[in-house]
Design a protein around this ligand. Structure first.
Ligand code: NDP
Ligand code: CA
Length: 303
């Protein structure tokens, strides 16, 4: 007897032209919370039942399917086969790239490494190419990865790229620099693999607040804009994209983004974050929401 899933609504940009026009690509970004980390590493203060895979998997599917996204970028995927099988039944195809030394694998009873995945609605898009890379920091491999898919839209044969990543987590003096180096390597990788200069969407858990160097690197070096900020009249990011209570305290901040190459798209609407009231004292994960990160979802009009 699970409570109903938390209800969320879309917020329109002021200049949004149409509702659900076929020109728009609906993209979802979500760190789904690896099952192995949820059970063994994260130390969330929440009902133990909320962490059972038997509940969480249906809640994850529910969230992924509820908002009708065309393309879904996921991090902390340690049950790719489950998602591939279930989403496959409703017309999605996908790809997965694990982290080289996933912390999931150090936990008893793990289901393999976690990594990044991209799923897409195969009735609307053709997957032309997949590129994957272990991100480098000062020319040394790190434990973080990037996945880049090139798609062709069946509607009008237009092509674009979708890139996802999950940058290094944690707080510490050198970590913002490390994430910034990963961001620079990611942009170089995309540039090397996008000789046609196709429009690009970058969706990921950057593990960095907007004040961190990697955010500015994306905006300036990557020549992108951030969907959620651009739909907001004051051009600010949401107050949080993750909100959790761990044994050592509450964490509530913005570290997940959907960026787009700024000359190629207009963001038309974004899915609002659940309110503190909706989440309740225990925040997330909970029986009503399966991850400590909330999904981001955005309609991007291809110009
Ligand atoms: P990261 O620092 O990037 O973090 C990995 C995961 O931990 C992320 O998914 C992150 O989630 C989550 N996380 C962040 N903060 C916390 C927290 N306070 N408590 C619990 N989980 C948190 O790690 P790396 O990928 O760089 O890998 C860590 C390395 O540690 C591996 O290379 C592995 O060798 C080693 N390791 C060793 C273990 C052992 O038993 N010997 C156990 C685990 C790891 P989010 O992005 O949502 O913040
Ligand atoms: Ca996590």
């Amino acid at each position: 007897s699970l409570p109903p899933m938390i209800g969320r609504s879309f917020v329109e940009a002021e200049n949004a032209e149409h509702i659900a026009s076929p020109d728009t690509i609906r993209i979802m970004q979500w760190n789904i919370l690896a099952q192995s980390l949820a059970e063994k590493s994260d130390k969330f203060v929440c009902p133990e039942e909320a962490l059972h895979w038997n509940h969480r998997r249906w809640r994850i599917l529910e969230e992924v399917l509820t908002y009708g996204a065309d393309i879904i970028c996921l991090q902390e995927v340690d049950h790719y086969n489950f998602l591939k099988a279930t989403l496959g039944k409703v017309g999605f195809q996908g790809c997965f790239f694990p982290k080289p030394d996933s912390p999931c694998c150090y936990n008893k009873g793990n289901n393999g490494p976690d990594g990044c995945a991209i799923f897409f609605d195969a009735s609307k898009y053709t997957l032309l190419r997949i590129e994957q890379k272990v991100l480098e920091v000062f020319r040394c491999q790190s434990n973080q990865v990037v996945v880049m898919c090139t798609f062709q839209r069946k509607l009008d044969n237009r092509k674009f790229c979708v890139v996802t990543t999950h940058l290094k987590a944690r707080v510490g003096a050198l970590l913002p620099t490390l994430r910034n180096e990963q961001g620079k390597d990611l942009l170089q990788f995309v540039k090397n693999n996008n000789s046609q200069n196709l429009p690009v969407i970058y969706a990921g858990d950057f593990n960095a607040e907007p004040s961190e160097p990697v955010y500015r690197t994306m905006i300036q070096l990557g020549e992108v804009s951030s969907s959620y900020a651009m739909v907001n009249p004051d051009e600010r990011e949401p107050e949080y994209t993750t909100w959790k209570v761990r044994e050592d305290g509450e964490v509530c901040h913005t570290i997940d983004y959907i960026f787009y190459s700024r000359n190629n798209f207009t963001p038309e609407r974004v899915l609002s974050m659940p309110s503190g009231e909706q989440l309740g004292e225990g925040r997330a994960p909970s029986l009503a929401y399966p991850s400590d990160h909330f999904s981001l979802c955005c309609d991007l009009r291809l110009l």
